[in-house]
Design a protein around this ligand. Sequence first.
Ligand SMILES: [Zn+2]
Length: 342
Amino acid sequence: MKALVLEKARQLTLRDIQVEEHLGADDVRIKVHTVGICGSDVHYYQHGAIGPFVVKQPMVLGHEASGTVIEVGKGVKHLKVGDRVCMEPGIPDSNSRATRLGMYNLDPAVRFWATPPVHGCLRETLVHPAMFVFKLPENVGFDEGALVEPLAVGVHAARKAQIKPGDVALVVGAGTIGIVTAMAATAGGCSKVIIADVVQEKLDLASSFGMISVNVTREDLNEIVKNVTDAWGVDVVFEASGSEAAVSKVFEPLCPGGRVVFIGMPTRPVPVDIVSAQVKEAHTETIFRYAHAYPRALLLIESGKVNVKPLVTDRYRFEDSIKAFEYAANPRPSSVKTVIEL
Ligand SMILES: [Zn+2]
């Protein structure tokens, strides 16, 4: 079948590839429809590695996908041929200790699409465990289906934040993950969400969703937080930038007893002022991808509480996948999510 293959750093080809696709009793076969390009896909394309994960053999990219079921295994009950679906890209060992404890995203043996050496979903068809395939509601399209993957990160982060009705949140970073986190925080009960970034175009989009946007290149974030919260501080800070400067100051806008959720991944170890956390008895949480978040993300989209449609800013055909990656590596500032349609 045709697939978008990362041969090595900076070398992509759209070519035929042989992938083992045995359909087990609990699997479904899916014709892929829409795939979102993620920052991690672009990073593998440009650098051939993320931390300890190094591309050593040709690998199919992509992990944010929706499609249509074309074949079901004998044991599958909740899906049938023709169902429109989205797929959770991480497959854990179902008998592992982490999985049995409910933390399947932390299973050291998890096989996650387009994390070497596991092939991703930018190919015509794929086989996936039905347990990690979710039917799209009637009013949810393929674009939104592909966007469930990043939204799941926001849902997981909002859950870790233990939001209470009326909370005020700050999201640092207005990339795709920052924006979907702000959406999940709003849907989760926050009364106000402040979002900070350095790119005005991204902040303009955030403003259009009702968020209070702050351009930290020319505005004082702590002053604005003081104004919005009567000098108390925000109940929750979501760190979604991974920027060293932002991480080092992450406790400053927080209220006493508040909670910080670390989402962004700095590219190297960064110093953090522990005392600034201690004087507020700050709670800290971290997340790694997500677990049990797809059903909730889909319910939020179906109910209209979250609208991810405007996040799709750029669209390419499968034949133009290489162009899509060249673009995603160097997008216009207002670009949020580039999708490839098969
Ligand atoms: Zn992603």
